[in-house]
Design a protein around this ligand. Structure first.
Ligand SMILES: O=P(O)(O)OC[C@H]1O[C@H](OP(=O)(O)OP(=O)(O)O)[C@H](O)[C@@H]1O
Ligand code: HPA
Length: 179
């Protein structure tokens, strides 16, 4: 990937992200006030979003992490979701909320939900910052979603481009200069 031949365009500014993450946190706080919330962050992409989201949730919350991988350096899924690091503890008695940065083909979220359901949580739901419904390879509607976006490759705020730029504090779109 040659970054020189690309155009960057801001899609979600820091202000947009702060506002929407706060709203999601308030909604989740309300919905889980009588439940036993465990947030599971899918690494690596969701580390920034999830760090902000859990601080916007005003509840006693357990947080755990799972590492999945299905994209290499490219723009599309290998179709093969790999659990690189699984969660360690039990999910029994917990209302699990799986948090990811993006649902694109939805292969990752679909796989993770099925995988975690086998660990018998009390309930399980999904929360993604960005949703690209036009790219689905499996049917899935996230329970919580920050922004629904078009079929564009997005980077920043945890999302990578050739394994860089996860630290950019806003979300931007990458396109070819001659497109
Ligand atoms: O809906 P999908 O098509 O499955 O795509 C979404 C997944 O792809 C990215 O992960 P990736 O495999 O690139 O690993 P990463 O979290 O390390 O970026 C992203 O973080 C999501 O987990
Ligand atoms: O648009 C994207 N950007 C970065 N990583 C991704 N993984 C799935 N879709 C994307």
């Amino acid at each position: 990937m040659d970054i020189e031949k690309k155009v960057w365009e801001v899609l979600c500014s820091e202000e947009d992200l702060n506002k929407r993450v706060k709203e999601l946190g308030e909604q989740i706080t309300e919905d889980y006030k009588d439940k036993n919330l465990m947030v599971i962050s899918l690494l690596r992409g969701s580390f920034v979003f999830c760090a902000d989201l859990v601080r916007a949730i005003d509840l006693k919350t357990k947080v755990d992490f799972m590492t999945t991988q299905s994209y290499g350096d490219g723009f599309s899924t290998s179709g093969n979701v790999e659990v690189v690091n699984d969660i360690k503890g039990s999910l029994e008695g917990y209302d699990v909320l799986v948090v990811d940065d993006i649902t694109d083909s939805a292969l990752t979220m679909d796989y993770v939900l099925r995988h975690l359901k086998e660990k018998n949580p009390k309930s399980i739901k999904s929360c993604v910052l960005l949703d690209k419904p036009s790219r689905r390879k499996v049917e899935l509607v996230p329970d919580y979603c920050g922004f629904t976006i078009e079929d564009k490759f997005v980077v920043g705020y945890g999302l990578n481009y050739g394994d860089h730029y996860r630290n950019i504090p806003y979300v931007f779109v990458v396109t070819d200069k001659d497109r």
